[in-house]
Ligand binder design. Structure first.
Ligand SMILES: Cc1cc2nc3c(=O)[nH]c(=O)nc-3n(C[C@H](O)[C@H](O)[C@H](O)COP(=O)(O)OP(=O)(O)OC[C@H]3O[C@@H](n4cnc5c(N)ncnc54)[C@H](O)[C@@H]3O)c2cc1C
Length: 448
């Protein structure tokens, strides 16, 4: 239970108090322009958009690439990065059955063993036939169905077996039956049958998905964006975790200070926010307990290597033999991320909160998986390695999520708290959406 005993210092009064200096908190402050205070618990701004520089390598908390669709977000990012930005045409792959195929799996079976291709295509045709019979439209997302049922209806048994089920079980750390379909819209490309068949016979040059091209800072990792943006934010306090919020008197506590606010914008993970609100109604507390998420350990590796996997940006790993679900190559985003003659990569392993893998075991399994999939060679010299932990990584879209959010959001609205961003709004979203959600929240406050 949060408590405000031993608070000796009056901390002052602000119009808008912003919790968290990740991209969402910073964007909110920027769009407010004045009369705000940002409180950040860490010593450095950026949240998941921080980068770490070590031994000549620049690592992110797994590659944070800029997928930009709105003109406003592009203008916003370009204004902060200036010339320090590169546009990249995506070249991503899937490693399974000892071959690298193009992304997405469902449009690029070419190169896989014939029995896998046969199972996928015949499963797809069977699914289409039964969809016609039941008059279900495969493109239609059935909001009440499970992800498992949707995959079987949309892609059929073969694709489910060889990619969707094992990959998504590894990524989300829960079974496909537990997931809903509320998150899939932009994240899973749905090619036509013709594209699937074309991609089974030859290498497709057609691209699919929301991230066919992306941007990245040429120098300094994703932190370059944060450094430039936070230079415009005047009122920000680091090393200032907020430990309690009193909604009756509208103040927050950080250290030994009370800070009174009119508007509160929170970008910290929703379960953390609910945990620091004094006298939280029991109904809301119970709803908070229904939220699920996973955690990710990002292993960053710098290697002296000959085969740099030139041109490939990231690889998905559906197979169980690999503990990680994805690896990406910083040196193929920009050569400035590594010293010459070296390559660097991030390798992402997901787990349920509380089941954090032991560090040395994770490092060993990661390196042996990279060797096994021929990303690095046994003889390559690993010169940097580190594990960056992301305790809140993916919000789990199970059947409890939307019900719990109804109760929580009604309470937050009533209490005039804006909880925004990937973890504040409790959703699967990316940097662009964070920037835009924060802009909308700021504009809303300015109107009042
Ligand atoms: C593995 C992974 C890969 C991703 N890759 C991409 C990508 O390539 N491209 C992309 O666009 N998006 C990507 N994302 C999503 C992206 O990271 C998020 O959308 C975005 O960074 C969220 O920013 P935020 O500010 O909302 O949250 P955060 O970055 O989590 O910021 C919240 C801030 O609040 C602070 N905080 C927490 N508690 C307190 C407290 N009590 N008091 C004060 N401060 C507190 C934290 O320290 C943090 O700085 C990825 C996410 C993950 C997990």
């Amino acid at each position: 239970m949060p408590s405000n005993r031993n608070i000796s210092q009056p901390g002052g009064k602000v119009n808008t108090l912003i919790l968290g200096a990740g991209i969402t908190g910073l964007s909110c402050a920027y769009h407010l322009g004045k009369d705000y205070l940002v409180l950040e618990k860490e010593s450095k701004a950026g949240g998941l958009c921080r980068s770490v520089k070590t031994g000549g390598f620049t690592f992110d908390y797994s590659g944070h690439l800029l997928h930009l669709h709105s003109d406003y977000a592009k203008k916003f990012i370009f204004s902060f990065l200036g010339k320090n930005i590169v546009k990249i045409e995506r070249n991503s792959r899937i490693y399974s059955k000892e071959v690298l195929t193009r992304y997405p799996f469902q449009a690029n079976l070419y190169g896989l063993p014939p029995d896998v291709i046969q199972e996928c295509i015949s499963g797809l045709l069977e699914a289409k036939r039964s969809a016609k019979k039941t008059e279900a439209v495969s493109r239609h997302v059935n909001r009440h169905g499970t992800f498992r049922d949707w995959v079987l209806k949309t892609f059929g048994r073969g694709f489910a077996k060889h990619f969707f089920f094992p990959y998504n079980t590894k990524l989300w750390t829960v079974s496909p039956e537990r997931l809903t379909t509320d998150w899939i819209n932009i994240f899973i490309p749905q090619p036509d049958v013709k594209d699937v068949i074309d991609g089974a016979f030859r290498e497709q040059d057609k691209t699919f998905g929301y991230n066919a091209s992306f941007y990245y800072p040429e120098k300094g990792g994703i932190q370059a964006l944060i450094d430039s943006l936070s230079g415009k934010i005047s009122n920000i306090r680091m090393n200032s975790p907020v430990t309690s919020i009193n909604l009756k008197e509208r103040f927050a506590i950080t250290g030994d200070r009370k800070i009174y606010f009119k508007h509160l914008v929170s970008t910290i993970p929703l379960p953390e926010l609910l945990g620091i609100i004094e006298n939280l109604p029991e109904k809301v507390r119970s709803a908070g307990k229904m939220l699920s998420w996973n955690s990710v350990d990002c292993v960053n590796v710098g290697v002296k290597m000959k085969n740099l996997k030139e041109g490939i940006h990231w690889i998905y790993y559906p197979e169980k033999t690999f503990p990680f679900y994805r690896t990406g190559f910083y040196h193929n985003f920009t050569r400035y991320s590594v010293p010459s003659g070296t390559g660097s990569m991030y390798v992402e392993t997901a787990y349920q909160p509380g089941s954090k893998p032991e560090k040395n075991m994770l490092l060993n399994k990661t390196l042996s998986g990279l060797v096994k999939s021929r990303v690095i060679d046994k003889k390559d010299k690993v010169i940097e390695s580190q594990v960056l932990s992301i305790p809140y990584a993916y919000v789990i879209y199970d059947k409890n999520r939307s019900k719990a959010l109804e109760t929580i959001n009604a309470f937050l609205k009533n209490s005039h708290i804006r909880s925004i961003g990937r973890y504040g709004a409790w959703k699967y979203s990316y940097i662009e959406e964070s920037i835009l959600d924060a802009k909308a929240a700021a504009e809303n406050i300015l109107k009042q």
